[in-house]
Design a protein around this ligand. Structure first.
Ligand SMILES: Cc1ncc(COP(=O)(O)O)c(C=O)c1O
Length: 452
């Protein structure tokens, strides 16, 4: 029986066990609720509102664009805003990731990548191609639609849908803090995790594998977890060796969040396909994209049938594309990518002091995509029992302090393992970082007082 705390109205809320405060407005990094409370949006929703709330430039652009055109169907027309946006996104994306297929969100972008990889091999090798499986990882999140959930490695989100999911092979994550190989350095864990890909390709048969998908920096499944550079070097080589496409899921990490335009730039390799959403429009309207290289595009669209058998009604929505283009323009003009790198480094440095609280197990991340993992015992890394609901207690304590964090769980064994993501808007100032830190520390301190 649920706690029935959600407001009683016609909305089918996500979680009836949660009381939903009414938000009246947002401004910069702050949210204001109807009871007069002010919060720092310490996770930008879910790493979405990267340029902050209430941006007047976006609002003005939206009005002008909406008055001009509402909707065109991308199967018949083109429009200036999608062309400009695609050009900008391609300029931001590394290497020859030049071709931008628009969608409306993260799950659609990974689902699209999965189908794009399959069609690539059918176009190249004919209908008899057996390459279709996408290898993914435990402790990963790629979305909640059936295709994207099939690639997702969060047990809690998969369990009840398990009979409906596609059988996509899963390998271990580069989760050094809890690596199963007994590795002592991140480099060793990264090598083992990359070797696991080769082992799985051989086990499944390379003839059956179309692609490998991975986040560059892990989001909700194990926030802030990332590998050493050697991981992506090895993964790129393994994919090339076995004729497997490499898909990098930048839905959370992309568009400046980690202090680079795309997080894969930290690792100096060029993927075949990149998926993105969230920070692309910073939540002003829904949008996402699946970006591919010349090789993938040419095989399907130039030398192949010329028709990607896919598409959604709202894909390439003119306003969303226009807003994404505007967001990128603002990010460039204001230097927000550089700011994410600078403030992220400052915050993570400051956070080292939090290890003095016995529940803080690990702090990790890149730029302003920072994860904290909580443990019962810092030495043994023993997690809390789920019933203790430490992530819930911490979330509430932080809210009382006026800070919104993004909690999650299940990273240890699919059930246990509490963590949270700190990912404020990337236009945050140093003074605001200090304020966020003080509130986070107060929330952790109060949680310790209650739990220990
Ligand atoms: C890495 C990653 N991929 C895919 C998704 C799914 O995106 P959406 O919720 O927009 O469908 C998310 C959402 O959090 C994500 O973080």
């Amino acid at each position: 029986m649920s706690l029935n705390k959600a407001p009683k109205n016609n909305v089918f809320y996500r979680n009836q066990n949660w009381y939903y405060p009414m938000i009246e407005k947002g401004e910069g990094i702050y949210l204001y609720d109807a009871d007069g409370n002010k919060y720092i949006d310490g996770c930008a929703g879910s790493a979405v509102a990267n340029i902050g709330h209430g941006n007047k430039e976006i609002a003005a652009f939206t009005k002008e664009h909406m008055e001009r055109i509402a909707f065109i169907h991308l199967s018949r027309w083109t429009v200036d805003s999608i062309e400009k946006c695609a050009q900008k996104v391609a300029q931001w994306a590394p290497g020859d990731l030049n071709h931008v297929y628009f969608v409306s969100g993260g799950s659609e972008s990974t689902e699209t990548a999965m189908k794009m990889a399959r069609q690539y091999f059918v176009e190249r090798d004919g209908n008899k191609s057996t390459k279709w499986k996408v290898i993914s990882k435990w402790n990963s999140f790629h979305g909640n639609t059936i295709g994207s959930l099939s690639m997702t490695g969060i047990t809690g989100r998969r369990k009840i849908y398990d009979p409906m999911l596609i059988n996509m092979p899963k390998i271990e994550q580069f989760y050094h803090y809890r690596n199963p190989w007994g590795c002592e350095t991140l480099e060793e864990t990264s090598i083992k995790a990359a070797e696991a890909l080769e082992i799985e390709i051989l086990r499944q048969g390379a003839d059956n594998i179309a692609a490998f998908i991975t986040e560059p920096v892990v989001g909700s499944a194990a926030p802030g977890v990332h590998p050493d550079k050697v991981y992506f070097k090895m993964v790129r080589e393994i994919c090339d060796k076995y004729d497997v496409l490499l898909i990098i899921d930048e839905v959370m990490a992309g568009f400046g969040r980690t202090g680079k335009k795309f997080a894969i730039e930290h690792f100096d390799i060029i993927p075949d396909i990149v998926t993105c959403a969230k920070g692309m429009s910073c939540g002003y309207t829904p949008i996402g994209a699946t970006i591919c290289t010349d090789k993938v595009f040419d095989t399907i669209m130039v030398n192949g049938s010329g028709h990607f058998v896919h598409g959604h009604t709202y894909a390439g929505n003119p306003l969303s594309a226009g807003i994404a283009n505007k967001v990128i323009e603002i990010m460039e003009r204001e230097g927000y990518v550089e700011n994410a790198a600078k403030q992220g480094a400052y915050l993570i440095e400051k956070m080292q002091d939090l290890y003095k609280y016995p529940i803080v197990g690990e702090i990790r991340g890149k730029g302003l995509m920072i994860g904290l993992e909580f443990v019962k015992d810092q030495d043994t890394k023993e997690p809390f029992d789920v019933k203790e609901n430490i992530k819930g207690v911490l979330t509430n304590k932080c809210l009382e302090e006026g800070l919104v964090i993004y909690p999650g769980g299940g990273s240890v064994d699919g059930v246990r393992g509490d963590h949270c993501l700190i990912a404020p808007p990337v236009n945050i100032t140093k003074e605001e970082v200090d304020l966020l830190f003080d509130k986070l520390e107060a929330g952790i301190k109060k949680t310790c007082e209650e739990m220990i």
